[in-house]
Ligand binder design. Structure first.
Ligand code: NAD
Ligand code: MG
Length: 395
């Protein structure tokens, strides 16, 4: 078998590095076609030295020039490109079999969509693509024969727990409910009052997972779970009322599928993203990930309880946006990105994240989300409104 050729979008990030860690273990199976980073051209240069891709993509011309110089000094033939168009180009190139979509936020949408349009096998980490443009993304993938393999741990667990031939037909498959597990984040036991005083440093220190800054804050507000409800809706054709969130602080059960006969199938494992990434890379086969199986004797206990919607109201906003439909989830996503950035820059308090997003959702009405332009326009307006919100709120 010839090696699978891969483009890794966002290769310098947490998911990108985990993907390369698995790929490094299997040089005979995988070959890197393209890697990308936004600003971290030095880290990208290191990765190019090791994996020798055909292309490397950075954010702008200045970083591209720096990267070109360093690559030339190392005698590497990797061609350097820059900007959003270049990301789409390396996602859709005929030389690529599989695209790992691991850019953070709305910035990952157009390249993931380009991969769907080109009928690629897509290992999807960028959940924001589905939150913003779920209907468009799924339709585009279907029309062009793209295969979407989720690597978000919960969705990968659900994918593993569904029948192999699952086509989205719940009745035929006997699926009754999807249970998304949530670690609860670093502030699980904090009072509402204590939550108003938490710092960015505390928020990005996740108790179970090591992740990028944005998703770490999303985990702390539980918005991450809200985004994942929307992601599950699109990936598995799941009615919103059949997607339930359960807090499971040990993060060992990565999610469950409940069937009509009362069976609950789950996927368990150590909380390490190399596991779902290895699963999706090799699917339908299996390869080693570098992660050992769970030590059940040491794990000993598994706790489950309902989320506290009063202290953590963000998932409620996501359910409401999903019910409103159209561009509402894109508005939610954009406002969340701006509010999280404002919190990380200490311009707003942790509890203002919810207030900003809520205000933006109330100020805008949902429009049909059937074109990328409509979605990007809603995204831009929501960003402007949220920036104004986060500028006036006391920090
Ligand atoms: P990260 O911040 O660690 O890395 C993000 C990557 O995207 C980097 O390579 C960065 O250079 C690139 N990037 C950032 N802004 C960009 C822009 N404007 N244009 C082009 N590239 C840009 O993020 P992460 O934690 O790896 O998360 C990546 C995605 O995977 C997110 O959508 C996140 O929700 C999802 N995800 C992450 C985890 C995890 O464990 N980290 C788990 C599940 C899902
Ligand atoms: Mg997840």
């Amino acid at each position: 078998m010839p090696p699978q050729t891969l483009t890794i979008l966002g290769s310098t990030g947490s998911i990108g590095q985990s993907a390369l860690a698995v790929i490094r273990l299997h040089p005979e199976r995988y070959r890197i076609f393209a890697l990308s980073a936004h600003r971290q051209w030095k880290g990208l240069c290191e990765q190019c030295r090791e994996f020798q891709p055909e292309y490397a993509v950075v954010g702008d011309a200045k970083d591209a020039a720096c990267l070109r110089n360093d690559l030339r000094d190392s005698n590497l033939k990797t061609e350097v490109l820059y900007g959003p168009e270049a990301l789409c180009q390396v996602a859709a190139d005929r030389g690529v079999d599989t695209v790992v979509a691991a850019i953070v936020g709305a910035a990952g949408l157009s390249s993931a969509l380009a991969a769907a349009m080109a009928g690629k096998r897509i290992l999807l980490a960028n959940k924001e693509s589905l939150v913003m443009a779920g209907a468009l993304f799924m339709q585009t993938a279907k029309k062009n024969g793209a295969v979407i393999l989720p690597i978000d741990s919960e969705h990968n667990a659900i994918f593993q727990s569904l029948p192999r031939d699952f086509s989205g037909d719940w009745t035929q498959s006997g699926v009754h409910k999807l249970w998304l597990t949530a670690s609860g984040g670093p502030f699980l036991d904090f009072s509402a009052e204590a939550l108003t005083r938490v710092t960015p440093e505390q928020a990005v220190k996740h108790p179970r997972w090591s992740m990028g800054q944005k998703i770490s804050v999303d985990s702390a507000t539980l918005m991450n779970k809200g985004l994942e409800v929307i992601e599950a809706h699109w990936l598995f054709n799941a009615p919103p009322e059949s997607i339930e969130v359960v807090v499971h602080p040990q993060s060992l059960v990565h999610s469950l599928v409940e069937y009509v006969d009362g069976s609950m199938l789950a996927q368990l494992g150590n909380p390490d993203m190399r596991v779902p990434i290895a699963h999706a890379l090799a699917w339908p086969e299996r390869v080693t990930s570098g992660v050992s199986g769970l030590d059940l004797f040491q794990a000993a206990r598994l706790d489950f309880f309902p989320p506290d919607t009063a202290r953590f109201p963000c998932p409620g906003l996501a359910y409401a946006a999903l019910a409103a439909g159209g561009t509402a989830p894109a508005i939610l996503n954009a406002a969340n990105e701006v509010a999280v950035a404002a919190f990380l820059e200490r311009r707003i308090a942790f509890s203002d994240i919810f207030r900003c997003i809520d205000a933006v959702l109330n100020a805008m009405s949902a429009m049909p989300a059937d074109t990328l332009e409509a979605i990007q326009s809603a995204d831009a307006t929501a960003r402007r409104l949220c920036a104004a919100q986060s500028g006036v709120l006391p920090s």
